[in-house]
Design a protein around this ligand. Sequence first.
Ligand code: DOR
Length: 444
Amino acid sequence: MGETTLIRNARWWRTGERIDLAFSDGRVLAGLPPSPDRLLDAGGAVLSPGLVDVHVHLREPGQGHKETIETGTRAAAAGGFTAVACMPNTEPPLDRREWIEWVLTRARDAGSARVHPMGAVTVGQRGERLTEFLALRDAGAVALSDDGKPIASAAMMRRALEYARDAGLPIVCHEEDPTLSAGGQMNEGPTATRLGLRGIPGAAESTMVRRDVELAALSAGRLHLAHLSCLESLEALRDAKRRGLAVTGETCPHYWTLTDEAVGDYDTHARMNPPLRSARDREAVLQAIADGTIDCLATDHAPHAADEKDQPFDRAPFGIVGLETALALTLTFLVEPGHLSLARAIELWTEAPRRIFGLPEVSLAPGTPADLVLFDPGAEWTVEPGRFRSRGRNTPFGGWTLRGRILLTVCGGEVTFGGDGLEVASTGDGRDRAAVAPPVEHHA
Ligand code: DOR
């Protein structure tokens, strides 16, 4: 057996019970070694399987000035994530098996988290011709998406859902009717009027959600609705579930924490697509998370260079970074006010996205990969974008004080973030082990 690490005095995410956990050679051990090579004291912090973010822009190939697979996965690890699914709107887009293989190789060589690429739905994401779904799947794509762009043609979307069904993959949709959003810079509403900016109505999203739900019904395909932002889209998702369709949906931290008023005085750090919406939409997002309409959470981590964001509002690119603030925004604005239990919140960042995207389960049961995160849900910290691991600093949350701090992230048994100050001298006499009994789930 290789080097052993024992984490003692943690709290199990699902039950709050005290737990000790040991791993070696990248896997969770069945027992607890009496004299581990490394002994970490969690001090009562929460231990859970590593988080998964199924909506991340890693920007490679082609846009390494915004982010790289190396910096993006380091940001993921700093946020408690051990796996990400990355979007194919790179340069060139991930529309061929060679690019999927390239991303996987790069991630293996330089990554601090597991990377699951998505393939493009259409060649060049131009909406004209479908890519080769089976080839992309066989190369390792876990889903197909033209994220950043809608699939404007309903006929193309129908075919995509049919072929993806046969390939066993979901189609992940950026829902936007380009005829309704054309020229739009932010949410349509009083703030856009005050700033003299052209608006994007919520209906630009929700009418496409309704269309694609019908096409999912027609094709028996699997549809995953990305970054949902408004009330009417959530109602459409609710209706789809009532009909028993294979439709799932995600939302992102900015939609439950902010409204379009955050654009303030043309702040490009509050500019993303879909845009921040009204207070009514924000309430609807909270409700849909709480009542189970939303199936999983994701960040839409969209790094851009400072000089790209530092432009007039209508010229700056859409998008904000999210990996390093996601868990704290979840704990501070969903768990603390009582919209969700801690266990449910973690489920929405772990088991739920894994199920939707068919990713390997991470249970921390003995023999399974040691992909885990340790966090202190009560610890306060202030967001300092200058300290992000991400190359992107484009966040509207700079200066916010949040609760929930990542102490340690481990991926495949390797420490990918933190751990400082947790290490204690091992007594080697077995006393640490005697004090605790692992909870039932752990050994299930
Ligand atoms: O805000 C966004 N940024 N929305 C998208 O759909 C794409 C993303 C990006 O790639 O920057």
